[in-house]
Design a protein around this ligand. Sequence first.
Ligand SMILES: Nc1nc2c(c(=O)[nH]1)N[C@@H](CN(C=O)c1ccc(C(=O)N[C@@H](CCC(=O)O)C(=O)O)cc1)CN2
Ligand SMILES: NCC(=O)N[C@@H]1O[C@H](COP(=O)([O-])[O-])[C@@H](O)[C@H]1O
Length: 196
Amino acid sequence: MSNYSPIRIAIFASGTGSNAEKIIEHFTGHPRIKVALVVCNKPDAGALNIAAHHQVPVLLIEKEPFFRGDAYVAALKQQEIGFIVLAGFLWKIPAALIQAYPNRIINIHPALLPKYGGKGMYGRHVHEAVIAAGEKESGITIHYVNEHFDEGAPIFQAACVVEPGDTPESLAQKVHVLEHLHFPRVVEEVVRRYEE
Ligand SMILES: Nc1nc2c(c(=O)[nH]1)N[C@@H](CN(C=O)c1ccc(C(=O)N[C@@H](CCC(=O)O)C(=O)O)cc1)CN2
Ligand SMILES: NCC(=O)N[C@@H]1O[C@H](COP(=O)([O-])[O-])[C@@H](O)[C@H]1O
């Protein structure tokens, strides 16, 4: 990696994009790191409006070529993307993309892994399971991405209290506070390690 050109990050998102927005805001004007692309698999995702608002280019991806594995690797390399951040992205990253970005893809999960992870464990489903299990705490896990859902090496965790009256919505709000507080800083710490 050059000592002079900023490291170009792609954020992958499928939904509202609140984490994508916090990351974009965090790196706006940053001398060494730039959010260069938002990759999205849902044409109606809020993340696309956030990208447009912040003048970040977008790449809309299709299911069949994406799961074929290597279809978008060339596009990402052509955009000189050096790091990938999954922020509410709901498709499994194929092995070919992981191999193209070894230890360069990280994800945020809205629970304290290894519990409440895996296929089907996304968004509201996670908070429903945590509450149904009577957990006294939940939180976030930021981790490297491997070929399996939510089994990559952990990077950072933070917890919040689950109170008796909590609903999936109220718990989601507590988790979002943790995500917005920690994810941008952790992304910067991890990318800087990659740069060293
Ligand atoms: N190879 C990997 N890909 C992805 C990971 C990962 O750890 N390794 N993390 C996910 C994010 N995630 C949890 O943090 C997650 C997202 C979605 C699902 C899931 O079950 N998805 C459904 C499809 C949902 C949809 O298309 O609307 C499914 O695969 O059936 C589980 C975990 C991102 N990718
Ligand atoms: N398993 C993946 C998963 O559930 N990710 C979760 O999706 C939400 C996206 O919110 P956002 O679109 O507002 O950033 C976040 O809470 C993130 O942890």
